[in-house]
Design a protein around this ligand. Sequence first.
Ligand SMILES: Nc1nc2c(c(=O)[nH]1)N[C@H]1C(S)=C(S)[C@@H](COP(=O)(O)O)O[C@H]1N2
Ligand SMILES: [Mo]
Length: 264
Amino acid sequence: MKIKHSPRLAIDSEVVLKEAVDRISQANQIGQPARRDFLRRSLTLGGLAMLTGCTLADKTSVDLALTRISRLNDEVQGWLFAPSRLAPTYPESMITRPFPFNAYYGEDEVREVEESSYRLEVTGMVADKRKWALSELRAMPQIDQITRHICVEGWSAIGKWGGVSFGSFLRHVGADLGAKYVGFKCADDYYTSIDMATALHPQTVLALTYDGQPLPPKYGFPMKLRMPTKLGYKNPKHIQAMFVTNTYPGGYWEDQGYNWFGGS
Ligand SMILES: Nc1nc2c(c(=O)[nH]1)N[C@H]1C(S)=C(S)[C@@H](COP(=O)(O)O)O[C@H]1N2
Ligand SMILES: [Mo]
């Protein structure tokens, strides 16, 4: 049986798609979670339903639709991400002092990780799955950069982080650079994951220092992943383990509705 296309429906879905793409590109110019609210307010319900194939009959299906939009947004951001476009860097004189602390808990609950027993675990799609002592990471070539950290809670600050180029580290451990994700588990209950293109970006640093000193506990000792191309919540502190995978690992805030790609 031949499937008939209704011309009216064809026009409608084109309009809806164009609307969605416009909304997503506008939404990408504003911060999170404002982005999610913006999409919620600006995309018509019909558009949302058609785009996501969800019925929107109740709160659960609306949330499901918004999650699908957010994942579509991840894909759009992934396409738009220019692997070699650099985030702005700043002079020493512009460093924000004191640099703000932020975590899902207060500063009095900062995790203290003990240096002598600490080992970074590297697993998943990598040739060399061994554990790393901090001294071994310090022995690798170090880079540093002064960049702006942008938090979705409405503040930004300029700081200086130094450490190992993450791309060099991934190549060094024989990571499968064609894999989709790198996931991180932290010494607190935080976890997050990033796309491989961002992992390999020249400004993505496995940061061991802040402002020329070993990373203080409040800023993520013994190491954080510093990415000036991503929002604050994508930058894991107190990294305990990392893994290369093709299975979507989500994240602490991402699983509560924050956009996964989280570009800044
Ligand atoms: N392990 C861990 N990493 C984390 C968080 C956290 O709560 N735990 N919070 C994230 C958020 S929302 C921000 S804004 C930054 C804050 O980093 P800072 O303390 O260096 O300013 O860390 C990110 N990484
Ligand atoms: Mo944040």
